[in-house]
Design a protein around this ligand. Structure first.
Ligand SMILES: Cc1ncc(C[n+]2csc(CCOP(=O)(O)OP(=O)(O)O)c2C)c(N)n1
Ligand code: SF4
Ligand SMILES: [Mg+2]
Length: 303
């Protein structure tokens, strides 16, 4: 058996600003992958645009840096064609809750075992700090000419009503907590949202480390596991209660294994899917030539 590597650094220099919360997410992700003991050949990281979208370049595994808002369709396609892969989406609050929100909702309805990690910094970081969909109404961060006139989206409540079966919130500078949430979310057999409060010291002068210390608390007496259908309704009411509080709760809010995952849904209508998903199908039989000359079509893929 091959030894599992714990070196997840690609060698590409992470060029985030000093103090950026993305460094915490990057560190926790590498730690979670090492602790899970998964081989890099089984992990795919898919991202959208923005500062957060750079993460696949820095992790030594297969990754795709996709288009604005389109990481979830890419990830769903990868998962559908090879359901044995662990697929993780990393994206910004602007990317996943703005232009990409329709895909975020669609993923909840399908329940694939993909974890969506939302880097929530309240701003469009890479494009110089415009208000993102999670910035609170009336707040004015550094680069806004006027206070924000839009109400904020709550990713946990949005995920809950879209059918997600794993929901958690963590904080970029609490590496141990974040690592534990990542491990849980990556291992979960269904669609997950992990919202990470990610300070952006360059543009968001409101959600600072001090703000997070004062305005968050860790969930202690909350059992996130759904055990039956009635329990699921009670759990949702409980989550609405948690999310209505003045302070932001950090911890795992929902683990619901009762809903059928995507791969079983496909297998229920396509009988060969479980044993022969697209990635395992033959593309060449015997010595017959391929319909497309892959080496000529994608010369850069062959080194
Ligand atoms: C179709 C399209 N429109 C606009 C952009 C410009 N753009 C690049 S990054 C970005 C904002 C990203 O914000 P967020 O997703 O919150 O990521 P962050 O930089 O904060 O991590 C935008 C609008 C783009 N790349 N593509
Ligand atoms: S602009 Fe903000 S989110 Fe982007 S790298 Fe700098 S600190 Fe991080
Ligand atoms: Mg952002």
């Amino acid at each position: 058996m091959n030894e599992i590597s714990t070196d997840w650094n690609s060698g590409v220099w992470p060029d985030w600003c000093p103090g950026c919360g993305n460094f915490g997410i990057f560190t926790a992700l590498k730690g979670a992958l090492s602790e899970l003991g998964v081989g890099r050949e089984n992990i795919v990281i898919v991202s959208g645009i923005g500062c957060s979208g750079k993460i696949p370049h820095f992790v030594k595994t297969t990754g795709v840096h996709t288009l604005h808002g389109r990481s979830i369709p890419f990830a769903t396609g990868i998962k559908a064609s090879n359901p044995d892969l662990k697929v993780i989406v990393h994206g910004g609050d602007g990317d996943l809750l703005g232009i990409g929100m329709g895909h975020l909702i669609a993923m909840g309805r399908r329940n694939p075992d993909i974890l969506v990690v939302i880097h929530n910094n309240g701003v469009y970081g890479l494009t110089k700090g415009q208000a993102s969909p999670t910035l609170q109404l009336g707040k004015r961060t550094k680069s806004l000419a006027f206070p924000n006139i839009n109400s904020a989206v709550n990713p946990i409540l949005l995920g809950m009503t879209s059918g997600y079966t794993f929901l958690a919130r963590s904080y970029a500078y609490n590496i141990d907590h974040l690592k534990a949430c990542l491990r849980q979310g990556i291992s979960h057999n269904g669609a997950g949202i992990l919202e990470v409060m990610q300070p952006c010291p360059t543009w968001n002068n409101i959600v600072t480390m001090e703000w997070v210390e004062k305005n968050t608390y860790y969930l202690e007496d909350w059992d996130p596991v759904v055990r039956d259908e009635e329990g699921a309704m009670r759990k949702m009411q409980g989550i609405i209660g948690i999310e209505s509080g003045e302070k932001k709760a950090l911890g795992t809010m929902l683990i619901d294994d009762s809903r059928q995952p995507f791969r079983e849904r496909i297998a229920s209508v396509y009988k060969h899917y479980a044993t022969m998903p697209p990635a395992k199908q033959e593309i060449q039989r015997g010595n017959a030539s391929l319909p497309v000359d892959v080496e000529k079509t994608f010369p850069n893929f062959f080194v």
